[in-house]
Design a protein around this ligand. Structure first.
Ligand SMILES: Cc1cc2nc3c(=O)[nH]c(=O)nc-3n(C[C@H](O)[C@H](O)[C@H](O)COP(=O)(O)OP(=O)(O)OC[C@H]3O[C@@H](n4cnc5c(N)ncnc54)[C@H](O)[C@@H]3O)c2cc1C
Ligand SMILES: Cc1cc2nc3c(=O)[nH]c(=O)nc-3n(C[C@H](O)[C@H](O)[C@H](O)COP(=O)(O)O)c2cc1C
Length: 658
C-alpha cells in the first residue's frame, strides 16, 4: 500500500477546501507526519440500528487484533477530514427507494458535488459494506453508489465491497463474516500494534465507555459547563415536561443541591435538531371495534416553524417504567439506577454516538429514553451474553446461537422476542454497568409522513398513525413501541420531534400529479393534495385512496369532499364494501383515458405511498396498462412498462413505503 498522507498533488491543491463543513462534532488531529495511520476510521450510516451494530462489531474485531478503531456516524463526521483518512471503512444501509439513510445524506451531498477533483481521495484506502433487503428493487443501492463514488474520486479499494441481505437464509452473516476477514487481513498489517494473537471472541473486552460518577454537589457545575458548551438540557419528569423551577440552581446559584441532582436524574437530552411540540389531539379515526386502531395526531409546534409538503416527522418513543424495572431487577442494578454520572468515551478520537447523552444522566433515564430493551436481539447481543456468562449450560446455548444464524432467527427474530425476554431466559447471566451501553442498542426514532400542509395548518403537524398490534407466531400479543406509547398520551403532553426533508417533491403547479395512497399511506398524499388545492392546482391533481370500508377506515372524509369541490379528481377505493373487491389499481385502470393524457402528453408525476412493499408494483402496472394500446394509449405493453420504469427512475415517479 502506498504511504497515506502528504501526497504532493493533493497537498498543493488543499483538498479539504473542496469540502465545506458539515455538522462538526468531530475534529480528529491531522494524520501523523510519518504517514503511519494511527487507527482505522469506520464511518457508518444507520436508521434502524443494523449498520451501527455492524460498525461496532467491525471495530471490536480490530480491537481484538490489538488495533485502534474509531466509529463515527456519517452525520457527525467532518467531511473536510476525509482526504486525510488513510484507512477507511464505510458501512451503510439503504432506505426509501434505494436512497441513502438520513445520516448519509449530508456527506453524500458533498461527495457528489460537481467539480471535485478526481484525485481528491487518492490517499484514502477503503472498504465498503452495505446492508439492504433484496426484496427491494434497488438492493443496497446506497452502499453501491458510495463505493462507485469513492472510486471516481481516486480512493483505492482495499477489498471487494460486500452486500448484506436481510432476506438471505443466514441474514447478513453470509457476506459479513467473509468481508470482515478480508478487511481485517487488508488493514491490520498497516496499523501499529503488537503482533500478539487476537483476543478470543469469548473474552470480555475493556469497556469503551466510562461512567464517571457526579457527586450531587457537582451536578450544577456540570450543567453549567454543558450550558456553556451549548448542549440542550431538558427535563422529562413525568411524561416530558419543561425544565422545572430548579433552573435557578442549575444556572449557578447552587442553592438547592438535592433539587438539582433530582432534576439531573430526570433529565432527557436530545441531539441537535430536536424540538418540543405539544400534543393537541390524539383521536381514534377508525370505527369502534374495527380491527385496527388508527389515530389522527396533531402536534403544536413553536411559532413560525414550517415544513414543505411531503416532509417527515420523527418521534422518539420511550420504554415503559415496568420494563425498565424488570431490567434493573434481573441485572441486580436497582441500587445503581438513580446515581448520576457522565458518559465518557474511552476511545481516543471517538465521540459519543448521538443516542447517548453528553450531560449528567442516570441508568434509569438511559433505559427509558435512550436504549432499546424491546427489539429482537441481534447476533451481537448473544455474543455479549456469551462474553458475560459464567454458567456452562447457558454458555453452550449461547454458542449454538452464535454459530448458527438460523437458531437466532427461530428464537428471536421470527417470534419477535425482545432483548428483555431473552435476558429472562438467560437468568444466570447479568450485564454489568460497565458494558450496558455496548450490549443494549440505541432506542431508534420512528418516522411518520406528515399528513398536513404547513400553510394550511400553520404551526401544526398532523399525523396518521396506526397502532401496531399483532400476535407473534407463538401467539404472544405484541404492540409496537412507539405507536402504543403515542395512543396512551393525554392531550397537552410535550413530545420531542425532529423534521426530515421530503423524499417526494411536488412538481410545478401546471404539471398534473397522480397521488396513490392506500391505508395510512394516504398521509403524505393528503398534505400534497392540500398544497395543490391551496395553490390553485386542484384540477390537475388526482388522488386514489384505498381502504376497506366507508364506515370503518375512511380517513379525512371531509377533506376529500372539499378537494373534489375545488376541482381535484378524488377516487375512493373501499375494498370490502361491495360484492367485488376494489383496489386503487382498479380505479386507475378505469381512468385510463385521463391517465394516458396526463402521463404521456402532459408530463404527469406519480407518487405512491403505503405500508406495503408489493402495492407500488401493482400501481405501476396499472399506469403502464393505461398508457399501452390495451388501455387508452398507443405504446406496446413492453414500451409502456419501460416508460413507467423510466418515470420512476427519474423524477416523475416516487414511492415511499414502510
Ligand atoms: C418514511 C416513513 C414514513 C412512515 N409514515 C408512517 C405513517 O404515516 N403512519 C404510520 O402509522 N406509520 C408510518 N411509518 C412507520 C413508523 O415509522 C413505525 O415503523 C410504525 O409506527 C411502527 O412503530 P412502533 O414503534 O409502533 O412498532 P415497533 O415496536 O417498531 O414494531 C414494529 C415491528 O413489529 C413487527 N410487526 C408489526 N406487525 C406485525 C405483524 N402483523 N406480524 C408480525 N410482525 C409484525 C415488525 O417487525 C415491525 O417492524 C413510516 C415509516 C417510514 C420509514
Ligand atoms: C422504509 C425502508 C426502506 C428500505 N429500502 C431499501 C431499499 O431500497 N433497498 C435495500 O436494499 N434495502 C432497503 N431497506 C432495507 C434496509 O436497508 C435494511 O433493513 C437494513 O438492515 C437497515 O439498516 P439500518 O438499521 O442500519 O438502517 C429498507 C428498509 C426500510 C425500513
Amino acid at each position: 500500500m502506498a504511504t497515506t498522507t502528504g501526497s504532493p498533488s493533493a497537498a498543493a491543491e488543499h483538498p479539504t477546501q473542496h469540502f465545506s463543513h458539515v455538522n462538526h462534532h468531530h475534529s480528529p488531529s491531522p494524520p501523523p507526519d510519518n504517514g503511519e495511520p494511527k487507527h482505522v476510521l469506520i464511518l457508518y450510516a444507520s436508521e434502524t440500528g443494523d449498520a451501527q451494530d455492524v460498525a461496532e462489531r467491525t471495530a471490536r474485531a480490530f480491537r481484538a487484533h490489538h488495533r485502534r478503531a474509531v466509529t463515527i456516524s456519517m452525520d457527525a463526521y467532518d467531511i473536510a477530514d476525509l482526504p486525510h483518512e488513510p484507512l477507511l471503512i464505510l458501512i451503510t444501509s439503504t432506505h426509501g427507494r434505494g436512497e441513502p439513510p438520513p445520516a448519509m445524506r449530508g456527506l453524500w451531498g458533498k461527495l457528489i458535488r460537481a467539480g471535485l477533483p478526481n484525485h481528491i481521495l487518492e490517499d484514502v484506502h477503503y472498504s465498503v459494506y452495505g446492508l439492504g433487503d433484496s426484496s427491494y428493487e434497488r438492493f443496497c443501492f446506497a452502499g453501491k453508489m458510495l463505493a462507485r463514488r469513492m472510486d471516481s474520486l481516486g480512493a483505492q479499494s482495499l477489498v471487494e465491497p460486500a452486500w448484506g441481505d436481510e432476506r438471505a437464509p443466514d441474514g447478513i452473516e453470509e457476506t459479513f463474516l467473509p468481508w470482515l476477514e478480508r478487511t481485517l487481513a487488508a488493514i491490520v498489517p498497516y496499523l501499529p500494534g503488537p503482533s500478539r494473537a487476537p483476543r478470543p471472541d469469548t473474552d470480555l473486552p475493556p469497556p469503551i465507555y466510562q461512567l464517571e460518577p457526579v457527586a450531587d454537589g457537582n451536578v450544577a457545575k456540570e450543567m453549567d459547563r454543558l450550558r456553556l458548551a451549548g448542549a440542550e438540557l431538558r427535563d422529562s419528569n413525568a411524561e416530558y415536561t419543561d425544565i422545572p423551577p430548579t433552573d435557578a440552581g442549575v444556572n449557578g446559584s447552587g442553592s438547592d443541591v438535592n433539587g438539582i441532582a433530582n432534576s439531573a436524574r430526570a433529565m432527557v437530552y436530545h441531539p441537535a435538531g430536536w424540538h418540543w411540540s405539544t400534543l393537541k389531539h390524539n383521536k381514534r379515526v377508525t370505527a369502534p371495534g374495527w380491527w385496527q386502531d388508527v389515530r389522527e395526531v396533531e402536534l403544536e409546534l413553536a411559532p413560525g416553524v414550517t415544513y414543505p409538503p411531503g416532509a417527515i416527522c420523527a418521534l422518539q418513543p420511550r420504554c415503559s417504567d415496568a420494563e425498565v424495572d424488570t431490567f434493573l431487577e434481573s441485572n441486580k442494578l436497582e441500587a445503581e439506577a438513580d446515581k448520576v454520572f457522565i458518559i465518557r468515551s474511552t476511545v481516543p478520537d471517538q465521540p459519543l454516538p448521538a443516542h447517548l447523552p453528553s450531560g449528567p444522566t442516570t441508568l434509569r433515564t438511559l433505559l427509558t429514553h435512550h436504549l432499546d430493551l424491546r427489539s429482537p436481539p441481534r447476533k451481537s447481543f448473544f455474543e455479549w451474553l456469551r462474553r458475560l456468562s459464567k454458567d456452562e449450560r447457558e454458555q453452550e446455548r449461547l454458542d449454538d446461537f452464535i454459530s448458527d444464524p438460523d437458531e437466532i432467527h427461530d428464537y428471536a427474530t421470527r417470534p419477535k422476542r425482545t432483548s428483555l425476554e431473552t435476558l429472562a431466559d438467560f437468568r444466570m447471566t447479568t450485564i454489568p454497568m460497565s458494558h450496558i451501553l455496548e450490549v443494549i442498542g440505541p432506542l431508534r426514532r420512528r418516522q411518520f409522513s406528515i399528513a398536513s400542509d404547513s400553510e394550511a395548518h400553520p404551526g401544526k403537524i398532523q399525523l396518521l398513525i396506526a397502532l401496531v398490534d399483532y400476535k407473534t407466531n407463538l401467539k404472544i400479543p405484541r404492540v409496537g413501541l412507539c405507536s402504543s406509547w403515542l395512543v396512551t398520551l393525554p392531550e397537552g403532553t410535550r413530545i420531542p420531534y425532529t423534521l426530515l426533508p421530503p423524499t417526494l417533491h411536488l412538481p410545478a403547479d401546471n404539471v398534473p400529479v397522480i397521488l396513490v395512497g392506500p391505508g395510512t399511506g394516504v398521509a403524505p398524499m393528503r398534505a400534497f393534495l392540500e398544497a395543490r388545492v391551496r395553490r390553485g392546482a386542484a384540477k390537475d391533481t388526482a388522488l386514489y385512496f384505498g381502504f376497506r370500508s366507508r364506515t370503518a377506515d375512511l380517513y379525512f372524509p371531509t377533506d376529500w369532499e372539499e378537494a373534489e369541490a375545488a376541482g381535484a379528481h378524488v377516487c375512493l377505493a373501499p375494498s370490502r364494501d361491495g360484492k367485488d373487491k376494489v383496489y386503487v389499481q382498479d380505479l386507475i385502470r378505469k381512468d385510463a383515458a385521463m391517465i394516458n393524457d396526463w402521463v404521456t402528453k402532459r408530463g404527469a408525476h406519480v407518487y405512491v405511498c403505503g405500508s406495503t412493499n408489493a402495492m407500488p408494483r401493482a400501481v405501476r402496472e396499472a399506469i403502464a396498462w393505461c398508457i399501452s394500446s390495451d388501455g387508452a394509449g398507443t405504446l406496446s405493453a413492453t414500451e409502456a412498462e419501460e416508460y413507467v420504469d423510466a418515470m420512476f427512475d427519474g423524477d416523475r415517479g416516487g414511492e415511499e413505503s414502510w
